[in-house]
Structures are given as structure tokens and as C-alpha cells.
Design a protein around this ligand. Structure first.
Ligand code: SAM
Length: 287
């Protein structure tokens, strides 16, 4: 299973739907799939073999008190707890089901895990040294409010560090193209709400979002996550995307058939179907 809405990304996307609609969709999706992201990306390696969670944890290695926005089932917090007292960790997520999984992690006993919105953090001013978000910031409505809240809860000089989605390669691109064809813009009920603020997906956009909240320039790097494997397994990853949720079963079957045929054409004899996700790390310090 996967979780990203990238199939409809375009350089000038239309404005997002309102926050209530977006968040209702995310709550409903993650009620059914509370650990979808960690299942897909938790074991997948980037270029140097580290997972994208590990890369993000390493970016905030020097920070003692860390809060995670959109913490999901708590995999990143668990990595952070290896080097910290869990009492110094906090996480917030819209999804009670994802949070319930995070609370079951023994390493997180004592961490503050709250169901809530990143736009209204239930934490005191200046109470963290770093604020992290793994595959979540680019899904959040009212991103300027999220930036202001991150700045509020960070101590002076605190670090905001994120992993954001950036599309894909190989079979991922095949899937995205098939989905664009299967669900044209006029297919209203088959489309999910437009999620997040597109500025959170680019370095320039993040600079624009973060500077008014008091952050310095964004440092940016690209990661490639290898999701290659047997074509059926790659299909299972793609079929878990947010965008697939509203599609009727017969349309999903049709897309699957086309996907497997096209995946075969890009798969070397005896080898895995190539598939990758492109992610970015972004970090900026509070001035
Ligand atoms: C793609 S999942 C990533 C989960 C986790 N960070 C991970 O990488 O395993 C995105 C998460 O962000 C959460 N989320 C989205 N918008 C949010 C918001 N405004 N406030 C809090 N959580 C939010 C969702 O509920 C979901 O759990």
C-alpha cells in the first residue's frame, strides 16, 4: 500500500479544497490504512541504504526535544527514541487509528502523542529544539498556519526538517499516467480532494511559506526510494494510493490490467519491475 497523491500533480495545480474536506478525507483513509506509509517506506532504502525515516532522524540528530507533525503510526518517533528520552518526544496526527498504533510502541511510552491538527499544536511556546514531518507537510491544509505553529513551539534557533513527496519513476510513472487517463478532470466524484499546499512540494515554495514565520533559507536535497520488485507487488503499492480510494472495483481492475501489461514492457528479463519514489528533504532554522 502507498499513500501519496502525485498522479494529478501539475506545475500549476488548481487551489486546494477547503481544510475540512481535505481532513475528512485523510481521517477516513487513515482509519482504514493507519500504517500505510511506514509499511511502504519503512523498509525501502534510499541511495545510501538508509530509509527516508532514518535520513530525517539523522537531520535532527543534534536536537533533544523533538515534535513530529503528522506522526502517523510513530515509526519516525520510534527511531528518534533510540537516542532520546521518550519524554522529550511528541507527535500529533489527525488520525486516532494511526495514533493508537503509535501508542502501542513500547519505545514511545512517555512520549506525548496527541490526536489533533498541526495548525493548532497542543504544546507550549518554545518547547522543542526540532520539529519534523515525514511525508505529511505537503498534505496539510493552511500550510502557513502550520509554519507559524512550528515556529511558535520551537525554541530560538530551532530546526524544522521534513521529507516531502516529489513524484516517481519507472512503474510509478506508468501508474500515474494510467490514473490520469482513467480519471479525467471532469470525473468529479472519482477524484479525491486536492490536498495540501503545492508550495510545500518545492524549495522555492517552502521558502515562501516559511520565511514569514521567521525561518531562514531552506536547504533541500533529493532522495530516491527504490520500490522495485515483482510487478504484482509493485501494483499493490500503487493501488494503495489516496487517488485510488474513490474508484469503483471494475475501474481498478481495468487499470490493474493495463498497469501489469505496461510494467512487463519495462521489466528486464528475469529482473524486478523498476519503480521508485522521488522524495525531498527540506530543513530550515528559526532565525
Ligand atoms: C502519508 S501519512 C504519513 C504518516 C507518517 N508521518 C509516516 O511517514 O509514516 C500523512 C499523515 O499526516 C497526517 N496529517 C495530514 N494533515 C494533518 C494535519 N493538518 N494535522 C495533523 N496530521 C495531519 C495524516 O493523518 C497522516 O497520518
Amino acid at each position: 500500500m502507498s499513500f501519496v497523491t502525485a498522479a494529478f500533480a501539475s506545475p500549476s495545480p488548481p487551489p486546494p479544497d477547503d481544510a475540512g474536506v481535505q481532513e475528512a478525507f485523510l481521517r477516513a483513509f487513515h482509519a482504514e490504512h493507519p500504517d500505510v506509509t511506514s509499511q511502504l517506506l519503512g523498509r525501502a532504502g534510499t541511495g545510501d541504504g538508509r530509509s527516508s525515516y532514518r535520513v530525517l532522524a539523522d537531520l535532527v540528530a543534534g536536537a533533544r526535544r523533538v515534535v513530529e507533525l503528522g506522526c502517523g503510526d510513530g515509526l519516525l518517533l520510534e527511531l528518534l527514541a533510540r537516542e532520546r528520552d521518550p519524554a522529550d518526544l511528541a507527535g500529533v496526527d489527525l488520525s486516532p487509528q494511526a495514533l493508537a498504533l503509535a501508542r502501542r510502541r513500547p519505545a514511545l511510552a512517555g512520549a506525548r502523542l496527541r490526536v489533533g491538527r498541526a495548525q493548532e499544536l497542543p504544546f507550549a511556546d518554545g518547547s522543542f529544539d526540532a520539529c519534523v514531518a515525514h511525508m505529511a507537510l505537503m498534505l496539510m491544509a493552511q500550510a502557513d498556519r502550520v509554519a507559524a505553529e512550528a515556529a511558535r513551539v520551537l525554541a530560538p534557533g530551532g530546526l524544522l526538517a521534513c521529507v516531502v513527496g516529489g513524484g516517481g519513476e519507472g512503474a510509478y510513472e506508468v501508474f500515474a499516467a494510467l490514473l490520469r487517463r482513467a480519471v479525467p478532470p471532469e470525473a468529479g466524484p472519482l477524484r479525491i480532494p486536492r490536498l495540501g499546499d503545492p508550495r510545500a512540494r518545492t524549495r522555492e515554495g517552502l521558502d515562501e511559506l516559511l520565511a514569514p514565520a521567521g525561518f531562514g533559507p531552506v536547504a533541500w536535497a533529493t532522495l530516491r526510494v527504490d520500490l522495485s520488485g515483482p510487478a504484482e507487488r509493485v501494483w499493490e503499492s500503487m493501488a494503495g494510493m489516496y487517488d485510488v480510494r474513490p474508484l469503483p472495483p471494475d475501474l481498478v481492475t481495468e487499470v490493474r490490467g493495463a498497469f501489469l501489461a505496461q510494467a512487463a514492457a519495462i521489466t528486464p528479463p528475469g529482473g524486478p519491475t523498476p519503480c521508485g519514489m522521488v522524495l525531498h528533504t527540506a530543513h530550515a532554522r528559526l532565525g
